[in-house]
Design a binder for this molecule. Structure first.
Ligand code: UDP
Length: 404
């Protein structure tokens, strides 16, 4: 399977994977998170697991099961870690722990390497039996609510290592911490090349006009993704340039706020026929792929963002994204070279108009965007990073490791 990436991913990444693959042949690796569909973590695991298996590893993915109360609590934890003010009481923390205790009884947590993703299943560490346990945090922790961060750190410190997406999210922990930026799979349905007929099929399905520029944002309906801000930016653009706006999103089991935010967005759109709000079913990968290719201008106007896979996805399709200058987005967008970083709706609208009025710039920056993703944000690089962390865990704190 790794051989399929030849000619797409940088050669050095594939050579490293070959060496690491030989080292880890037959070893077991388990990933645990809180949803199988919706959001970047599930997106990544769907792609990483089969590749690890194809490399000869015994790779498993488990999802914790929980009631609605648990997901209400963990969404509040998520929001608090991303800087909102949220209130908690001991009963909520007890429920968070209790659901994890119940899951620990049901799930097979025995593996050589165990990656636990985000705060929802973080308490599982209390039930570790064997293996190297690593906590992987995907959240924008740049301005966390301190008491909540403290609670999560009490679990995180029990792991053997922690992995964050961006250096400034790292917590003060007494364990090794690593930075691994996420990635996209160029061979997935979400990112593979599409035939013109496949793109056209999506345009027709959603009744998108072929002759009008389209502004797009693909995101869960989450306030941190600022869909209302995107509508405001579109309204500024619309005063000068004809365009339509497409906001595409789908639900996630671990995000109970989606419905309320969707209603806010629909309300704010106020019946504008040029604003298309698409609520897509899970696994609408080909449709998202086609929408990203159909778009003239792609926004990811987040106010907080762990990484923002949607940015890499659109850049891979040659779109120079306009992104909020937060979290992992500035790692993907090199301002003025392969996209623009913005701090306001007005700034977003200004950059969108620049693109809409300058085809040459759009094309040039789009090409730079695709190459930046090729060199830095393809899944082959990320698997190499993860296996290097496993190697580090097994090497008992050695700072230099021979892999050749
Ligand atoms: N996504 C999707 N359908 C949607 C909205 C989002 O498949 O309607 C995908 C999107 O293409 C990306 C992931 O969900 O692969 C979102 O990851 P990101 O890191 O951008 O944000 P998160 O949701 O994890 O905060």
């Amino acid at each position: 399977m790794i051989s399929q990436y030849r000619g797409i991913a940088p050669k050095g990444q594939l050579e490293l994977l070959k060496i690491l693959g030989e080292k880890f042949m037959g070893r077991s690796i388990l990933n645990v998170n809180s949803t199988r569909a919706g959001g970047g973590v599930a997106e990544l695991l769907h792609r990483i697991m089969p590749i690890l298996a194809s490399m000869g590893m015994d790779a498993h993915w488990e999802v914790i099961e929980a009631d609605d109360r648990f997901f209400d609590i963990t969404k509040k934890i998520h929001n608090a870690l991303q800087g909102n003010k949220e209130d908690f009481n001991d009963g909520m923390w007890d429920h968070h722990f209790e659901i994890n205790r119940q899951n620990a009884e049901k799930l097979d947590l025995a593996a050589d390497f165990v990656f636990i993703h985000d705060p929802q299943p973080a308490p599982l560490i209390k039930f570790r039996k064997r293996g190297h346990w690593i906590w992987r945090c995907h959240i924008d922790m740049s301005t966390p609510q301190q008491d909540v961060a403290g609670r999560i750190m009490d679990y995180a410190r029990l792991y053997e290592a922690a992995v964050f997406s961006v250096a400034k999210f790292a917590m003060l922990l007494p364990i090794p911490e690593f930075i691994v930026l996420p990635s996209i799979d160029p061979l997935s349905d979400k990112n593979r090349e599409l035939a013109p007929a496949e793109i056209e099929e999506t345009a027709q399905k959603f009744d998108l006009p072929p002759d009008r520029p389209m502004i797009l944002q693909v995101s869960r309906f989450d306030r941190f993704k600022d869909p209302v801000g995107v509508i405001r930016a579109y309204r500024i653009v619309k005063k000068y340039n004809d365009c339509i706006l497409v906001l595409a999103g789908s639900p996630a089991r671990d995000d109970p706020e989606g419905e309320a935010v969707l209603a806010e967005v629909q309300n704010f759109a106020d019946g504008d026929p040029d604003i298309r709000i698409l609520l897509l079913p899970p696994f609408s990968d080909k449709e998202i792929n086609a929408l990203q290719r159909l778009a003239t201008v792609v926004f990811q106007k987040s106010l907080r963002e762990g990484f923002g896979l949607t940015v890499s996805e659109a850049m891979w399709k040659g779109k120079p994204v306009i992104g909020g200058a937060v979290g992992g987005i500035p790692h993907q967008i090199v301002h003025g070279v392969n996209g623009f970083l913005v701090y306001s709706e007005e700034g977003g609208a200004f950059r969108a108009r620049q693109y809409l009025n300058n085809d040459e710039m759009l094309k040039r920056m789009g090409e730079a965007a695709r190459e930046h993703i090729r060199n830095n944000f393809l899944i082959t690089r990320q698997i190499g990073d993860y296996l290097s962390i496993c190697l580090g865990a097994e090497s008992g704190g050695k700072t230099v490791m021979e892999i050749g």
